[in-house]
Design a protein around this ligand. Structure first.
Ligand code: 8YV
Length: 325
């Protein structure tokens, strides 16, 4: 008997085909997020659940999982949607898909770092409006990227991939992290470590949020910290919306105490506060940091490898332990 693997969302065809060969795979019929009831039902019949960021696996939901459920093989890197302590208590292993989406997410972060100061989205609107009156020496002036200070909050794989790009664009790289990265990486990126986040925020031209969302990083970029940023500074968030106080961000942007923001993630997706949507000094994307065909295929491969390794009785390569966060 093949193990029952339940997918909560539509995954790439190549991933689903391979899953059907290997497992008794139940695919998502409608590709809409499952209700809590449907999620519980899935967890009662599955040996393995393959959720995504759109499934909130709370303690309550995990406590209703069936005896058969032994593995949650999440399709994604962030695991903030899974109560890891509850999974551990139920003896359920959790895996994710790190590494394969770092470069893609860094590309989107870099795109936002370029788009906001150089007013690219506004420029696109003007060019296609039919009202463009032509080039002028003082028209559509933005701010130079070269020579600016980029402060990265969270210097993991994605943070480092952004740092490499920013270095190539002539920015000076600064970062705040729980610990300094290896001296060889610091040397390669000419990166400066700031133990004190507040001190870093006071001095940066652009700040990029790239840490995981955990109890320790919830609301890390608070109203008080936003107030430390210079008036000409920009904030870019491609990590998780909950790390930034969105209401305070909207107020800071509205009041002009910071210059602009580039956002790919929001605290209560897919809903985005009206206070942010109505501002024109914000570039907003709909959580597409890792949305490449190549990345999705690689994520699917990782999920399959994690499941198969686990079923073969080994520790899956991307096992997530609460203590790792
Ligand atoms: C994924 C992400 O697409 O992997 C992550 O943590 O934020 C996304 O880019 C999503 O999580 C898939 O579940």
């Amino acid at each position: 008997m093949k193990p029952k693997v339940v997918l909560t969302r539509k995954l790439p065809d190549v991933t689903e085909t391979r899953m059907r060969e290997l497992f008794d795979a139940e695919l998502s019929a409608h590709d809409t997020p499952l209700s809590s009831e449907a999620l519980v039902a899935a967890m009662q019949e599955a040996d393995v659940l393959v959720p995504t960021v759109t499934d909130k696996l709370t303690q309550d939901i995990i406590s209703q999982a069936g005896e058969r459920l032994k593995l949650i093989a999440s399709f994604g890197t962030g695991v903030d949607h899974i109560d890891l302590a509850a999974a551990k208590q139920r003896g359920i292993t959790v895996t994710n898909t790190p590494g394969v989406l770092s470069e893609d997410t860094a590309d989107v972060a870099m795109a936002l770092i370029l788009s906001v100061p150089r007013r690219l989205v506004e420029g696109d609107g003007r060019a296609r409006s039919g009202n463009w009156t032509g080039w002028s020496p003082t028209g559509m002036l933005g701010h130079r990227i070269n020579g600016k200070r980029l402060g990265i909050i969270g210097m993991g794989q994605i943070g480092q991939a952004i740092a490499r790009r920013a270095h190539g664009f002539g920015m000076s790289v600064h970062y705040h992290n729980r610990n300094a990265v290896h001296p060889a990486i610091e040397a390669e990126l000419e990166a400066t470590y700031w133990d004190d986040l507040d001190e870093m925020l006071r001095r940066m031209d652009i700040v990029s949020v790239n840490c995981p969302y955990t109890d320790a990083t919830k609301g890390l970029v608070s109203a008080e910290r936003l107030a430390l940023m210079p008036e000409h500074a920009y904030l870019v968030n491609t990590a998780r919306g909950e790390i930034v106080d969105e209401i305070a961000l909207a107020q800071a942007l509205e009041a002009g105490t910071i210059a602009g923001a580039g956002l790919d993630v929001y605290a209560d997706e897919p809903s985005i506060p009206e206070g942010l949507r109505s501002l024109n000094n914000v570039v907003m994307l709909p959580h597409i940091g890792s949305a490449t065909i190549e990345g999705r295929h690689a994520m699917g491969d990782k999920v399959i490898i994690n499941i198969q390794t686990f079923l073969d009785g080994h520790t899956p390569p991307d096992r997530v332990l609460a203590a790792m966060l």
